[in-house]
Design a protein around this ligand. Structure first.
Ligand code: PXG
Length: 293
């Protein structure tokens, strides 16, 4: 079945969803994107995703054709026209067509596209038995060179880390920042748990302000857990009781081995399991997102 793709104001079949080779999104990775999920007929935390997208666009000085309200409609309509109530959504705004120089001033009109589809990031066993991760040599981009809070189309930092994880032979990489603090995984934020306290690196470490990350922080605090945003090192992960990663695509994934050290019991832990159940329950609720009408 051919998907219907939103592209610059129209829905087109996937075979016809094409953008120019002169688009600076392709030529330079100049643009921003969001990965979003719909659960049970609602687009999860859509307003938060749209705010993050527009913050990135603002930082890059890209003006999309759609207002925020229109962009919300673009996403919900893309789910609707494809008859999806549960899906993964990729929303992209590129700088648009320019010439072969990188000056963005030459690009007169940005391009927007939105894809709704089904994905599976890790096999089922990983969710049940836990993920193995390793520190990779590539450091997370420095915020003063390529701010990682902008979810830009330039993901080479993350791709390098993924290549290195593949070379090590583990399914996920962990980045350190330039100072050696744990930053995040390639497309997921990281959490550790020690003596009942949940800790995740602060955004200032150089990590994406993940929407799943914030949801987990909020849900955990509401349940009475102590949650800290604090710097930590590889040692803190080695010696943690539990560890997990969060992201829209992968959702909540327990991590049980890191740099060949077993974390805690080597199995998904009780606090992780509680947070996962809480997250899954919350994701089904009306207040969790915008309805696909
Ligand atoms: N860190 C980075 C670097 C990310 O790209 C997250 C954390 C989690 O953020 P959210 O808002 O989703 O909780 C992301 C998420 C994928 C994939 O295939 C995921 C992302 C981007 C591209 C691909 O899993 N972004």
């Amino acid at each position: 079945m051919s998907l219907k793709i939103y592209l610059d104001g129209k829905f087109v079949p996937e075979e016809e969803a094409r953008i120019s080779v002169f688009d600076h999104g392709i030529l330079y990775g100049d643009g921003v994107f969001e990965g979003i999920r719909a659960y049970n007929g609602r687009v999860f935390k859509l307003k938060e995703h749209i705010d993050r997208l527009y913050d990135g666009l603002h930082a890059l000085m890209i003006t999309p054709a759609e207002s925020k309200e229109e962009m919300i409609k673009v996403v919900t309509e893309t789910c609707k026209v494809n008859n999806f109530s549960d899906c993964y959504i990729r929303l992209v705004v590129t700088r648009g067509v320019g010439d072969l120089g990188l000056n963005p001033v030459k690009c007169k009109k940005s391009s927007t596209f939105c894809i709704a589809a089904q994905i599976a990031i890790y096999p089922r066993e990983v969710y049940e038995n836990g993920l193995e991760m390793a520190t990779v040599p590539t450091r997370r981009n420095h915020n003063e060179s390529c701010n990682v809070r902008v979810k830009s189309l330039n993901y080479l930092n993350n791709i390098y880390a993924r290549i290195e994880a593949n070379l090590i032979g583990v399914p996920e990489a962990v980045f350190l920042n330039s100072e050696g603090y744990v930053s995040e995984a390639t497309a997921d934020n990281i959490f550790i748990i020690k003596n009942g306290v949940i800790t995740t690196p602060p955004l200032s470490v150089g990590t994406l302000g993940g929407i799943s990350r914030q949801t987990v922080i909020d849900l955990a605090r509401a349940k009475g857990y102590e949650v800290k945003e604090a710097l930590f090192t590889r040692y803190d992960v080695y010696t943690a009781d539990e560890c997990f990663v969060t992201g829209t695509a992968a959702e909540l994934v327990p991590a049980v081995k890191y740099d060949a050290r077993v974390i805690g019991t080597g199995k998904p832990g009780p606090i992780f399991n509680d947070l996962l159940a809480t997250f899954k329950e919350y994701a089904q609720k009306p207040e969790a997102g915008e309805p696909i009408l």
